[in-house]
Ligand binder design. Structure first.
Ligand SMILES: Nc1ncnc2c1ncn2[C@@H]1O[C@H](COP(=O)(O)OP(=O)(O)O)[C@@H](O)[C@H]1O
Ligand SMILES: Cc1ncc(COP(=O)(O)O)c(N)n1
Length: 269
């Protein structure tokens, strides 16, 4: 069988729980060959972020060019994009190479409360990257920022999904990880709302869950699954990863990417 490939365009998390590191672990667990474009380097651990160094936009463009000019790219995932110039660099190159699938995780604020997207960059992300997305995966606070409306109920989640769809994303997946009642997510494809029901798992170790989920969707799209099935598989993957999350570090620990777990679960062959 021919190897499938996926590219993550995201920030580096030195503690390995989120960002580029989580994405590459997720791709590997799916048997997908992973590649990366680093947008920013964070000095980060399970307790918080000590500092952020943005990568020069010119080298961001060159990383994308280096990959697309040489290697096949079956899907792209975009995570932390930090600043306006970074977004423009990504937009310039992705509109040039036009990958088939783009999963956009509109990362804004880390679980530890730090801005990973400068507030003044939000409108640029909405204007340039959102319309390129095959699927966008906001959590509840991100969906509230994008729609400028508070979200409490499933009905609110559906309305937010509908509004973000009209802004240009082809599919919208509103994540319910920040709900108190459950961890149910909703997918909207422009026609129907599909609920991915899930009880909350009682753990504080959810560092990088959004990164892992979006890269699992990208891996499944690269493997050839249609969008609904790709999301269903990814939701199963993140639920297992949280169920086996790791109690390491002094703060919010990371999830676990253990190939054999997913093989046993039947999500991955
Ligand atoms: N405690 C939990 N139990 C079960 N699933 C969870 C839990 N926390 C998050 N999830 C799931 O993890 C995925 C990532 O969601 P979320 O944590 O909202 O993203 P983000 O990391 O972007 O804030 C979603 O599918 C969400 O439902
Ligand atoms: C480099 C990077 N990218 C994304 C996240 C978001 O992950 P989380 O919301 O789980 O903190 C992060 N903490 N660091």
């Amino acid at each position: 069988m021919k190897i499938k490939t996926a590219l993550t365009i995201a920030g580096s998390d030195s503690s390995g729980g989120a960002g580029i590191q989580a994405d590459l672990k997720t791709f590997s667990a799916h048997g997908v060959y992973g590649m990366s474009v680093i947008t920013a380097i964070t000095a980060q651990n399970t307790q918080g972020i000590l500092g952020i160094q943005d990568v020069d936009p010119d080298i961001i463009e060159k990383q994308i060019k280096a990959i697309f000019d040489d290697l096949p790219v079956n899907s792209v995932k975009i995570g932390m994009v930090s600043q306006i110039e970074t977004i423009q660099a990504i937009y310039n190159q992705l509109t040039r190479y036009q990958p088939k699938f783009i999963v956009l995780d509109p990362v804004m604020i880390s679980k530890s409360g730090h801005h990973l997207l400068k507030p003044k960059s939000i409108q640029t992300l909405i204007k340039f990257l959102l319309p390129l997305a095959t699927i966008i995966t906001p959590n509840l606070p991100e969906a509230e920022v994008i729609t400028q409306k508070k979200i409490h109920t499933y009905q609110d989640m559906e309305e937010a999904a509908n509004k973000i769809y009209t802004m240009g994303a082809k599919n919208v997946f509103i994540k319910g990880g920040h709900r108190k009642e459950d961890a149910t997510d909703i997918l909207y494809d422009g026609q129907k709302f599909i609920y991915f029901k899930q009880q909350r798992i009682d753990t504080q170790n959810t560092h990088g869950t959004g990164c892992t989920l979006s890269s699992a969707i990208a891996a499944n799209l690269a493997l050839g699954f249609p969008i609904e099935k790709a999301v269903e598989n990814a939701k199963k993957y993140i639920t297992i990863a949280i169920n086996h999350s790791l109690d390491i570090g002094k703060g919010v620990g990371p999830t676990h990417h253990f190939y054999e777990l997913y093989q046993k679960s039947g999500i991955i062959n």
